[in-house]
Design a binder for this molecule. Structure first.
Ligand code: XMP
Length: 520
């Protein structure tokens, strides 16, 4: 829990797939909110958090089951407005004296239309201008009797209690999901709710910047902080923010493992050392990494070697800073939210991600994570607020193991050099065609096969490469980008003409799933 914002809204999560979207909708309204799993929301937690309003999320359970999740009763005596959504609505009715029954023909999944009853309430300002509203339903159980004090303000054919409220207590309950895209007017409902709860909508990046700086100063005091700078957006924004708070108490360590893109190391060093005047250790460890990776072709082995070396190298150089007590990381809110699991059990490891996890304990360091409350697009907004160049903020994600996982099979310096050149041409093409910002991530993978070609009058026997470009919202799922044939043809020609060592270009049209974004 943070004390960064004074007016806060609490979202109690019952495990809906779309709980994060509630937070997004609220942040768009400049309202500060936090999602906490229901198990953690105790009386003591509520007293400390002191929410100005509460939202009870949806979830897959049935309130009819005695084991199903509940909020603590004290949430209903806080005296603050509450909005229950789907399961949140049912749990509210159940806990406050209403009745919920199993589906039996009244289950509803997908699009539905809600019509208003006679009386209009503030929660529904801007609703029903067109007589009915499209909403997204996803429920098996349904409320059969509403709790005492509640009245009905909207109904759908299968949900006679689609919208209910107890106006005296400012308790609102809806059967549908206003946070999803398929409830087109859903954002208005959230806007009305936070307005009537008295939020001023003052959660801006300018305010965040000042609060975060004060919080960093308070946490760190006059101690030294080290930060692993990767050149990615998150660690860059964290570094600039922390530097603004504590100046040269911060030292950044940039590990060059020889697996970076063309010009990347120079760009990062130039920006942070020359432009921001930050103490920066440029750890050139290419020999070490490429040496250890020599002859290794298994993807997981590559990742493990890189992850371990990264930690060793970081630790070695961090020791040069002397007496650092804190490690700064660009952890984001989606990494922090504890997911509510009903099925239990660990998920399968598809790829072991490289990060500096484990370092803090090993080195006896405390963490500084000034972006813990932010979503990716908010980090970008903060970066703009801090004056980072737009081209830097909009950069595509780049994985920690770098080009190693874009070079299936054995990694050689020759392949890496070819890959860097091909990648630079490809990205140049994308920028020239003004497509960079439409694409989540684009890169070249060099394939471990040589193919025969003919250039001029001669035979060639060179590497093939694959172009990859995907659209995505969060990297969890992705689709290939539909380039025009002209673009692909022109790019293939340029790569083959400009990059010695490549004589064949393919385009990867696999979505995720079943593929992954990176090749390894
Ligand atoms: P995949 O290949 O799993 O990638 O579909 C999803 C997103 O994560 C990035 N990625 C990584 N990022 N360390 C990182 O910091 C890693 O080890 C790593 N592996 C994949 C990938 O570039 C894509 O954006």
């Amino acid at each position: 829990m943070t004390d960064i914002a004074h007016d806060r809204l609490l979202i109690i999560d019952f495990g809906s797939q779309v709980t994060q979207l509630i937070a997004r909708r609220l942040r768009e309204l400049n309202v500060y909110c936090e999602i906490h799993p229901f198990q953690n929301v105790t009386d003591a937690f509520l007293a400390e958090f002191a929410p100005k309003a509460v939202i009870l999320s949806g979830g897959p359970a049935s309130v009819i089951d005695t084991e199903s999740p509940r909020p603590p009763q004290s949430v209903f005596t806080l005296g603050v407005p509450i909005l229950g959504i789907c399961y949140g609505q049912q749990v509210m009715m159940h806990e406050l004296g209403g009745e919920v029954l199993r589906g039996h023909g009244t289950a509803e999944f997908g699009r539905a239309y809600v019509t208003p009853t006679e009386e209009r309430i503030d929660l529904l300002t801007g609703w029903f201008l067109d007589t009915r509203e499209q909403v997204w339903m996803s429920h098996g159980d349904h409320v059969s009797h509403i709790a005492p004090g509640f009245k009905v303000y909207g109904t759908s054919p299968n949900a006679p209690f689609a919208i209910t409220a107890d106006l005296d207590r400012q308790f609102y309950a809806v059967q549908f999901h206003p946070e999803v895209h398929h409830t087109p007017n859903g954002a208005t409902l959230y806007e009305n709710f936070v307005k009537l709860a008295g939020f001023e909508g003052d959660w801006t990046m300018g305010a965040y910047r000042e609060q975060a700086i004060a919080a960093i100063r308070e946490q760190v005091g006059d101690a030294k902080v080290i930060c692993g700078l990767s050149g990615g957006v998150d660690s860059s924004v964290a570094a600039v923010l922390i530097h603004e708070a504590i100046g040269d108490q911060l030292t950044c360590v940039f590990v060059d493992h020889g697996l970076l893109r063309k010009g990347e190391a120079e760009e990062v060093v130039k920006m942070f050392r020359d432009h921001y005047h930050m103490p920066l250790i440029h750890a050139d460890e290419q020999e070490l990494f490429l040496g250890e990776l020599d002859g290794v072709s298994d993807p997981e082995t590559k990742r493990k070697i890189i992850g371990k070396l990264f930690i060793d190298v970081f630790q070695k150089h961090a020791a040069d800073v002397g007496g650092a007590k804190f490690l700064a990381q660009g952890t984001l809110y989606p990494d922090v939210i504890e997911s509510v699991s009903f099925s239990g059990g660990p998920s399968v490891t598809i790829k072991s991600h490289h990060n500096v996890g484990g370092l803090p304990e090993k080195m006896g360091l405390k963490l500084v994570e000034p972006l813990r409350e932010l979503f990716k697009d908010e980090v970008r907004a903060l970066g703009r607020e801090l004056g980072l160049p737009a081209s830097f903020i909009g950069r595509h994600p780049f994985p920690g193991p770098g080009l190693a996982i874009r070079c299936p099979g054995e990694i050689t310096r020759q392949k890496l050099d070819i890959l860097r050149e091909a990648d630079a041409v490809y990205i140049d093409q994308i920028r020239k065609h003004d497509l960079y910002d439409e694409i989540w991530q684009a890169f070249v993978a060099i394939l471990p096969v040589r193919t025969v070609g003919v250039m001029g009058d001669g035979r060639t026997y060179d590497f093939a490469c694959a172009l990859r470009a995907v659209t995505s919202v969060d990297g969890m799922t992705a689709d290939y980008y539909p380039f025009s044939h002209e673009f692909l043809g022109e790019t293939a020609t340029r790569i083959i003409n400009e990059v010695p060592g490549i004589n064949r270009v393919t385009y990867d049209i696999t979505s995720k799933p079943p593929g992954t974004i990176e090749w390894e």
